[in-house]
Design a protein around this ligand. Sequence first.
Ligand SMILES: Cc1cc2nc3c(=O)[nH]c(=O)nc-3n(C[C@H](O)[C@H](O)[C@H](O)COP(=O)(O)OP(=O)(O)OC[C@H]3O[C@@H](n4cnc5c(N)ncnc54)[C@H](O)[C@@H]3O)c2cc1C
Ligand code: SF4
Length: 512
Amino acid sequence: MFQTLRLILGDQLNDNHSWLKEKNDKTLYVLMEIRQETDYVVHHIQKILAFFAAMRNFAQELQNKGGHKVFYFTLDNPENRQDLCKNLELLIQKFQIQKFEYQLPDEYRLDKQLSEFCQKISIPSQAFDTEHFLSERNEVSKHFGTKNYLLESFYRKMRKKYNILMEGDKPLTGRWNYDAENRKKYNYQVSVPNEPFFKNEVTDLIKTLQKHQIQTIGFIPPNNILNVPISRKQALQLLEHFVSNLLPHFGTYEDAMHTQEPHLFHSQLSFALNVKILHPLEVLQKAIEAWQSNPQKVSIAQIEGFVRQILGWREYMRGVYWAKMPDYAKNNYFEHSAPLPSWYWTGETRMNCAKFAISQSLQEAFAHHIQRLMVTGNIALLLGVSPDEVDKWYLGIYRDAIEWVEITNTRGMSQYADGGLVASKPYTASANYMDKMSNYCESCFYDKKKRHGKRACPLNSLYWEFHYRHREKLSKNQRLGMVYQTLAKMDKAELQKIVEQAEFYRKNSENL
Ligand SMILES: Cc1cc2nc3c(=O)[nH]c(=O)nc-3n(C[C@H](O)[C@H](O)[C@H](O)COP(=O)(O)OP(=O)(O)OC[C@H]3O[C@@H](n4cnc5c(N)ncnc54)[C@H](O)[C@@H]3O)c2cc1C
Ligand code: SF4
């Protein structure tokens, strides 16, 4: 019989965890495919497939290579009670377990569920760190205390803490930030290298999800082949591809979007990072090595841009989550309440930018940061959609979506629903930005130049009307000075036409 039961959640697939260093036949590891997790939001089918395939793979390696004892609840297992605590109770009884151990979950709902469970059971329990992040759960809240939160300040602290791109106490080259250089449009100046293709056959898993009638969104992967890194070997291959082939242009085209090159130079490492197959420090180290060994090929602007995402934004968002949950999930600064247009679930809109970003998301459960922020997020914000609806969409559709990183990006960065905690101003854009950063407008039904009238680009009127409508809340924001100066100078009749056009589009958002 076993003495200790150790829970490994679907996003805790860290095979370097200190738990696994020693083999103990009295310890039973448990992983579970459960309805509780497939049903808490409607997920993209490829997101569920990626999680389950990665978990199965991890459990197998744990058993075969690691020689550990593992109990794996498949969705089909007749003993599966489809609920985390009920399954734990079952195993505790079945194997007369004397101690329960778990790694601290990254989601508030699971953290609460497990700590309540531990108070209820009669055996001792213990929580362990996942040994994954580069900052403590409360490091952001401790760093800022009652002061205003600011990514830049936390990011600099992290650079110093890990001595990354530093010269003593100063940033290497004297600059902390290369954002200004990282804003090029993509016009085939350089070609995007072919990506590795991961041939993960998931026919059985698809059948299981269908048999259990699990509600999902998005498309089944072509030929039932899931092209997502679901093992450490595949994740390392993707990391190698990134540092060798994509990093040299990562920063330069970080904000660009292109109809023919949906991923451009983005790493697509988020799934492997978020389920902990890869550690953020090893990703940073690999990238830094690539830059150090060939600074002619990888400039400082590229490496700084990448370090900022992993060491800065990723850790910062996690810290904001733990500092502000559970109230964060109720934030709605603009009191937005409009429904999310149904074309977010189909991609059937004449707005080319939205059509591309949404269709791609439905096809592959992935879109890159600027598509999420400046296309789908921007449009939802300008239309005044309820942040609850926006959150549900983002939490469901992306394979890397786990609440700690989804909600802070969606409700915070993209919808400004926290009133400016994460973002210093709302991320809004009209066709001007879209045309500067993408080729979407070139083949659009709408006219990127028009603010009102027939076929006027919806983003143009919606952009101005959004700022006009929320002038009480936003006009004092220094970063929006230009916007409010332009609005103040705008001809009254022109403003009236813009407002009417935007109101028409908002009322008829289903038909955009
Ligand atoms: C509205 C919205 C929702 C988002 N939802 C998620 C989500 O559910 N899960 C998720 O992992 N990311 C989310 N992001 C952040 C970011 O868009 C993704 O991490 C990124 O697109 C993943 O692609 P990549 O791995 O190619 O990233 P790259 O562009 O190659 O960046 C490298 C890595 O940096 C990290 N990173 C970059 N930007 C951020 C950020 N803003 N916050 C946290 N980490 C970041 C990621 O780990 C990413 O893998 C969201 C952004 C927005 C605007
Ligand atoms: S014209 Fe407007 S709707 Fe069309 S792609 Fe450009 S920004 Fe999007």
